[in-house]
Design a binder for this molecule. Structure first.
Ligand code: UN1
Length: 499
């Protein structure tokens, strides 16, 4: 029997008021329950917001270096528990163990990086137009922030939001995806162990409409940071608009890799395999379109099919496996449905295109690595995010056409070009409509010290990580200090020089 885990509200582990629970299962083995979690509803969310609201004053007055010490300590605890957490990730989310380790590492990196911000949180000082007057901008916390996170990076993405929010002095209501509450609970336990005062971070587990929506609707929550689908992002933005809160959205992607004829094809091949099938394609940065110059299209496609057919798919805890299961039954059906769509639209199914069956596979949600050939940019499989191990091959005649095709979707998260020509590389950096561009590397693998996010329907103009992180979780305050001892009127009492 799996453990029953609770919400964390006001520094106490508590049950949902309605008494209902739900089960988190292992996507590689549906019979294995990873844990039983609280099915939170509006009452629970309100209690969490009450607690965050009550804790905000004291926390926001704690000096930022002190707040950052706690984040650093969590980072060290994550390091200490890295293997155990990676195994939990693989059991709950499905990604292969090595990638589970990478996910935890990304959280450790974020802790170490953001802890340093406790001694920076840079403002600005600027000259005043008047004598004996000082002008500056300081950063202040927003208040209570609502963090709603996805299942695909169940440790890393919560840390991208929680750590900068804490160092910036905000208090938090945290609603993790219903598919990965065990990872979220473990992270919150470590925050508690690191000494985070009660009420500063509150965890409510449950479903989006029941436990997420009430956070978005509450006026006391001053910001929502959400990573997930564009459809849900639009709903959140519309709802949040009524309370005029800040909304930071990280949404879908349809990331393209361009391979030019002068590229190192072996390098591009390795990149394509990792970008398209790593994490079973369940990254918002996944390479889901490969745009091939016609001169190398056939050769590259042949090699890609050959190598992808050898990928070992299976439970992520077996170190021989390279591709794990999909997250759940619904996602398995969605991915399979896109294969039907590809077929109907006239694409070739060059590899895979089916649910895997057999003794091991029947227990989980396994899909064969899938390659669609001859995909036209207007096809749905070239336009819509699939979030699975399915990649579209799109031949083009020129660099110009490759950019047109790459930019032809509503999304703009990540992009990549393989070329040995420095001029082509720099042109692509300028031409690709995306928040991230890689040269000679696939579309996945962002590091936390640069901004993460995208253009067009991938977001709404915000960025996570990097120097943006604390900027997003603070409000700038302009401060004027007049030490002249008299009334000085800006714009009116300014000394005239020159003329
Ligand atoms: C995501 O897919 O939601 O850049 C995040 C990457 C990872 C983060 C992915 N560092 O692929």
């Amino acid at each position: 029997m799996a453990d029953v885990c609770k919400n964390y509200i006001g520094g106490k582990w508590v049950e949902a008021q309605g008494g209902e629970t739900f089960v988190s299962i292992n996507p590689a083995n549906k019979d294995e329950a990873v844990g039983i979690f609280q099915r939170s509803k509006t009452d629970d969310v309100v209690a969490a917001i009450d607690a965050a609201h009550a804790a905000f004053h004291a926390w926001s007055r704690t000096p930022a270096p002190g707040r950052a010490e706690i984040v650093l300590r969590v980072g060290l605890l994550l390091e200490e528990h890295k293997e155990e957490l990676a195994i939990l990730e693989t059991r709950e989310m499905g990604k292969v163990l090595d990638e589970g380790r990478g996910d935890v590492q990304e959280g450790i990196d974020m802790a170490k990086y953001i802890a340093g911000e406790g001694r920076r949180l840079f403002g600005e000082t600027v000259p005043s137009e008047l004598r004996s007057k000082f002008a500056m901008m300081v950063r202040q916390p927003l208040g209570v922030v609502g963090l709603i996170t996805p299942w695909n990076f169940p440790i890393a993405i919560p840390t991208w939001k929680i750590f900068p929010a804490l160092v910036s002095g905000n208090s938090i209501v945290f609603k993790p995806a219903e598919d990965t509450p065990a990872c979220a609970t473990k992270l919150v336990e470590l925050l508690e162990e690191a000494g985070l005062p009660g009420g500063v971070l509150n965890l409510v587990t449950g479903y989006g409409l029941e436990a997420g929506a009430p956070i978005v609707e509450d006026e006391r929550v001053r910001m929502i940071s959400f990573t997930g689908s564009s459809a849900v992002g639009r709903e959140i933005a519309a709802k949040a608009g009524r309370t005029l809160k800040k909304v930071m959205l990280e949404l879908g992607g349809k990331n393209a890799m361009i391979v030019m004829p002068d590229a190192s094809l072996d390098l591009a091949l390795e990149g394509a395999l990792w970008g398209a099938f790593g994490t079973t394609g369940q990254r918002c940065t996944a390479t889901s379109r490969i745009i091939l110059h016609e001169d190398i299209a056939d050769e590259f496609t042949g090699k890609l099919v050959e190598h992808a057919s050898k990928l070992r798919v299976g439970p992520g805890l077996d170190p021989d496996n390279e591709v794990g299961p999909l997250i759940n039954e619904k996602q398995l059906q969605t991915v399979d449905n896109y294969t039907r769509v590809a077929r109907q639209e006239g694409a070739d199914i060059l590899l895979g295109g089916h649910i895997l069956t057999g003794e091991v596979y029947n227990k989980g949600f396994f899909y064969a690595p899938t390659i669609f050939g001859n995909v036209h940019y207007r096809m749905r499989v070239a336009q819509e995010e699939i979030f699975g191990p399915s990649v579209a091959i799109m031949p083009v005649k020129s660099y110009e056409e490759s950019v047109q095709v790459a930019n032809s979707t509503q999304f703009g998260l990540s992009s990549s070009i393989y070329t040995q020509d420095v001029n082509t590389a720099f042109r692509a950096i300028q031409d690709l409509d995306a928040g991230i561009t890689y040269v000679n590397a696939p579309t996945i693998g962002a590091e936390i010290q640069l901004p993460f996010g995208g253009v067009k329907s991938t977001g709404n103009g915000h960025r996570e990580a990097g120097t943006n992180a604390v900027r997003e979780f603070t409000e700038p305050k302009a401060v004027y200090i007049d030490y002249s001892g008299k009334l000085q009127r800006a714009q009116l009492d300014v000394e005239q020089h020159g003329a």
